[in-house]
Design a protein around this ligand. Structure first.
Ligand SMILES: [Zn+2]
Length: 206
């Protein structure tokens, strides 16, 4: 079962470089030791889009962050890590960025948010082995992850896929030209739910 699904190298690399900005070399080394991923010490994944960074490794890194800093620390880290992962991939997938900008250049904030989320769900499904779909009701957009790397083979009593909140934050703000939204993971496979589900308020904050 293990190691059959992958993220692009660039996302694994972004997780580690953003951890490095916060924790420094020693902190990242401690993290990698705790995660049992010593192979990456001083040897981050290459800066390319090959699908080689396994879901097992994504989950082990998230688990190690949680073990070192608790859920609050993991959330703080995830916000930064998610933003950087998003920004790096926009830079890397330049054509995607241009196509997304064209798709989202018109319409209300809500329309741009919807188009952006639809766009990025297709993007995730295309460049990685993560599987995402979108749903909504009056109040929320729902980002529904059917195959999730962040909690891969993990068990917890609360939602643990914090990195996704950071990525969705960055993507939502980018798609709408600067608006901020409340985003929360409400269901998580790690605690036995069918899918990992994020609720994104349709109305921006403020
Ligand atoms: Zn998850």
């Amino acid at each position: 079962m293990t190691d059959q699904y992958y993220y692009p190298n660039i996302w694994g690399r972004s997780i580690l470089t953003s951890a490095n900005e916060i924790l420094g070399d020693n902190g990242v080394n401690a993290l990698l030791n705790l995660a049992g991923l010593q192979e990456y010490i001083g040897n981050y994944p290459p800066d390319n889009i090959k699908k080689e960074f396994s879901f097992t490794h994504v989950a082990k890194l998230q688990q190690a962050l949680y073990d070192m800093y608790g859920s609050r620390g993991a959330r703080v880290f995830a916000t930064r890590g998610g933003e950087q992962t998003f920004q790096h991939s926009m830079d890397k997938y330049d054509k995607v960025q241009k196509a997304a900008l064209a798709a989202m250049s018109i319409g209300s904030t809500e329309a741009r948010h919807r188009v952006g989320l639809q766009f990025f769900s297709k993007f995730f499904n295309t460049v990685s082995d993560q599987i995402v779909r979108i749903d909504d009701d009056e109040t929320y957009w729902y980002w529904i992850i059917e195959r999730c790397p962040m909690c891969w083979e993990r068990h917890a009593t609360e939602p643990v896929c914090h990195l996704g909140v950071g990525v969705l934050n960055a993507a939502s703000t980018w798609a709408t030209g600067g608006a901020k939204f409340r985003i929360q993971e409400i269901n998580c496979k790690a605690k036995g739910d069918e899918n990992c589900v994020y609720a994104l308020e349709k109305s921006p904050i403020g």
